[in-house]
Design a protein around this ligand. Structure first.
Ligand code: NAD
Ligand code: ZN
Length: 359
């Protein structure tokens, strides 16, 4: 079976395109109870962007802090209940922020129309009804959450996305000016997430001409941004990074991620390490699987004087290592891609624990 992927319906790209958001939303304002919900990363509270959010009198604006934890099922359920209680079903949801806010906006859109707790829908195609119209406005680039068909949520039992066609945004607004304020360390980690998406998408059995075309272009852009003559956090590179993030996301959607993401999920689930940072910590030690990718990754690390801590695993006891390895092991789609369908012959819990011990 070949993948039949639903893409984003509409994309606007370019500096200053955020100013078009009001016009974009207007035709949808007559739907449902006729108001919009804006979910804005708390970083923008009191910043210039706050005054540019095109919220009318009837709209609800939530500033959400993503510092303490990644999006949770409980957070989505509570928000959904509160919104429905206050004003009924909105015309749509707009997320303005990084990967965390993208996921919150996608998940909220779905949970506004699907009954019960979001924990019931963690997995593939478990959602019963389409969500409300939803728009993504990324303010950090790299995770590809703006284009993916999943909204990753951490629940009491698992960290797993609400994954289905209806998760995909109806509209995204890619305004490279919005990522100008990203701190350099985050700019590096999230950009490396894109780089790693491409390396993993390319190196595995599900890679194909379609996913390869996106990965090739995204890698070229990453190399210009992080190693090129004009490497660094510049307006031109912000444009490139926004496009690279999108293309890296498309590449992995049509192929798959691999060893780095499988391990990174284990680290994030058990220790709460942030996705992009976790990937960087792990890619540093994956020469056995991605020799060229790991070497080039370290070149970029050196180029930007990024310090990746070593010796982390000395603080992890056997139980912690086992739990992390189990989370990683239980991602067969990634191992199928990276190693092949006979991966259980070579990938074992003990072997994964050894990989974590390298960190
Ligand atoms: P994030 O959304 O967690 O934000 C990281 C930090 O950057 C936060 O402190 C935020 O306040 C700040 N920030 C955001 N925009 C800023 C700006 N313009 N200027 C200054 N600071 C800004 O970051 P992320 O790495 O993009 O997202 C990580 C999340 O994405 C995780 O929850 C992960 O699970 C999820 N994810 C989802 C997918 C998907 O396909 N759905 C893929 C990968 C990761
Ligand atoms: Zn990733």
């Amino acid at each position: 079976m070949h993948k039949n992927f639903k893409g984003i319906e509409k994309t606007v790209f370019g500096r200053g395109s955020f100013n078009q958001l009001d016009d974009i939303l207007t035709p949808h304002r007559s739907e449902n109870q006729g108001y919009f919900v804006f979910l804005v990363d708390n970083y923008f509270k009191g910043k210039e962007l706050e005054s540019r959010v095109p919220a009318g009198h009837d709209d609800l604006v939530y500033f959400i802090s993503v510092e303490e934890h990644e999006p949770t099922t409980e957070q989505i359920d509570t928000l959904r209940d509160e919104i429905l209680d206050r004003k009924g079903l909105p015309s749509g949801v707009v997320g303005i922020g990084g990967g965390s806010i993208m996921d919150i906006a996608k998940a909220l859109s779905l949970m506004l129309t699907n009954e019960g707790s979001s924990t019931r829908y963690q997995g593939l195609n478990l959602i019963k009804k389409p969500g409300v119209y939803h728009v993504g406005v990324p303010t950090i680039s790299g995770t590809g959450a703006e284009v993916s068909m999943t909204a990753v949520l951490t629940g009491p039992e698992k960290k797993l996305g609400l994954k289905c066609e209806w998760t995909v945004f109806n509209q995204i607004v890619l305004d490279p000016d919005l990522i100008a304020t990203v701190p350099t360390d985050w700019w590096f980690y999230t950009g490396m997430d894109t780089y790693i998406h491409c390396i993993e998408s390319e190196n595995g059995q599900f890679n194909n001409a379609y996913s390869h075309a996106f990965a090739e272009q995204a890698l070229k852009l990453c190399r210009e941004i992080y190693l090129g003559e004009n490497a660094g956090q510049t307006p031109e590179n912000d444009e490139k990074l926004m496009v690279a993030s999108l293309m890296g996301g498309l590449s992995l959607t049509y192929s798959e991620v691999g060893v780095c993401h499988a391990l990174s999920y284990g680290l994030s689930k058990i220790l709460g390490t942030r996705h992009c940072y976790a990937n960087c910590l792990i890619m540093n030690h994956l020469d056995d699987y991605y020799p060229k990718g790991a070497a080039e990754f370290r070149k970029m690390v050196r180029h930007f004087n990024v310090t990746l801590p070593q010796g982390l695993s000395k603080d992890w006891d056997d139980e912690t290592l086992t739990k992390m390895a189990e989370v990683s092991y239980n991602l067969p789609h990634m191992w199928n891609h990276a190693i092949g369908y006979d991966w259980p012959k070579t990938i074992t819990i003990e072997g994964l624990k050894d990989l974590f011990r390298r960190l």
